[in-house]
Design a protein. Structure first.
Length: 95
């Protein structure tokens, strides 16, 4: 699903005007992006939780040269689906 698909779904399912759907999607994406950039955890019940995790520095073997390379510490986004979403994915139904 693309951003445009999400806008179309809001227009169709929620009966929003296209301009309102665009503002809603763009506002939601901005709010989520700002929260993630600030390191906040996002929890949307029935869907997922999204949080920032710190990854420590580590070494990696370059298979082309055989040398070890130090990968610096970084921050990553971790998406954890809810039990409801897992059930829908695996069994095609909601609990």
């Amino acid at each position: 699903m693309t951003k445009q698909d999400l806008i179309e779904a809001l227009v169709h399912d929620a009966k929003l005007l296209r301009s309102s759907a665009i503002k809603a999607v763009e506002g939601t994406i901005k709010a989520l992006s700002d929260a993630i950039a600030a390191g906040d955890t996002i929890a949307i019940r029935g869907f997922a939780s999204i949080k920032v995790v710190d990854v420590p520095p580590r070494t990696w073997n370059n298979i082309n040269t055989g040398r070890q390379v130090l990968l610096p510490a970084s921050r990553r986004v971790k998406f954890t689906p809810s039990e409801e979403l897992k059930n829908r994915l695996n069994h095609g139904k909601l609990d």
